[in-house]
Design a protein around this ligand. Sequence first.
Ligand code: ZN
Length: 405
Amino acid sequence: MRTSSLIARRLTELGYEVLTGDQVCKKDSRMGVPSDAELEKQYERAVSQGADPEFVERTRGGMTGVIGILHCGEGPIVGMRFDIDALGVFESESMEHRPAREGFASVNRGFMHACGHDGHATIGLGVAEVLMQIKDQLHGTVKLIFQPAEEGVRGAKAIVDAGHLDDVQYLIGSHVTDNKEFTNGEVVVPGCHGCLATTKYDVLFKGQAAHAGGSPEKGKNVLLAASTAILNLYAIPRHSGGASRINVGTIHGGSGRNVIADEALMEIEVRGETTEINEYMSEYARNVLNGAAAMHGVSCDIKVMGAANSMTSSPEMMARIRRVTEEDLHMKVSREDSLHSGGSEDVSYMVNRVQEHGGEASFMRLLTPEAGPGHSRIFDIGEEALPTGVKIFCGTVYDIMGTER
Ligand SMILES: [Zn+2]
């Protein structure tokens, strides 16, 4: 909320038309939204930590997306996406961890920028500044989309459902990526493929508590249902069309040693190499969960907490990014246009929407040294990726919208 309010303030100062709150995300399309009590607590924290007083009000209730629009007359509509959220990770306090040593580690224990999205937000604001400086040399419309809740793939769909990608003809997104396998000074991979489609579920089993010694037959045991479900989730038969994944990440349940457990919550996810394979895994998983619940006479509530589809970058856009980076910016591009990714990304909703309408979209990888694995306590990025990222975004936008091309 604080981050969103400061981004909105900066874009306003620069002269952008700024959308916030329910102008950005369709409220009911958001997934995995925290409880009202938690949102209110975070709102108060944001205010106490120096959020912009005008804009933070509009983030209340978790409406943390921001869009900056720059109108430069007739011409193409170009969108850029920057994710701005953090992770529930305890940041290392070791002096070997540069953010701790230099005093820019997280001030909120248990929350950390362990995936570089603070860098992405910074690149977005850098792009905003540069494009405003050269706006007289552009024609068309720029949309800078600052997206909340990429982690857990919960935020992009709400922006797409609000219609913001419907008229976008060109879309660029990026993520920082460790450069250790790129030894020739490459700064970017122009696109990606193989991002897994995924669905995240919270599964709540409810049964009946009873005395485990005196009258166990009166109980309905959710732990039996949950453990039956877990073993059978991992036993889902394979799909011939490609890779799939299943994971039961957490389970919390039961209330005491001598009590038949009456409530259990599991966090699970399925993934597939294609949207179709993910659908297959999702449907099978729901059948397993409902079947396991029925076996033991308990109820099972399955709630979607996040989702993303598979995506492939457009060849035309990858070629444009390569040409601009090599010929105009004189920086090195990876030999391959497209990086295979085993993760999931909800920018896929935006990429797919733009491509469905005949537009071009790419999700590029900005290569930089990383101090530890993504989502770990010692994660940190080489900050040379920030100016490099700004140059590649702006160079590519100029290539599409510039008056002297
Ligand atoms: Zn990330």
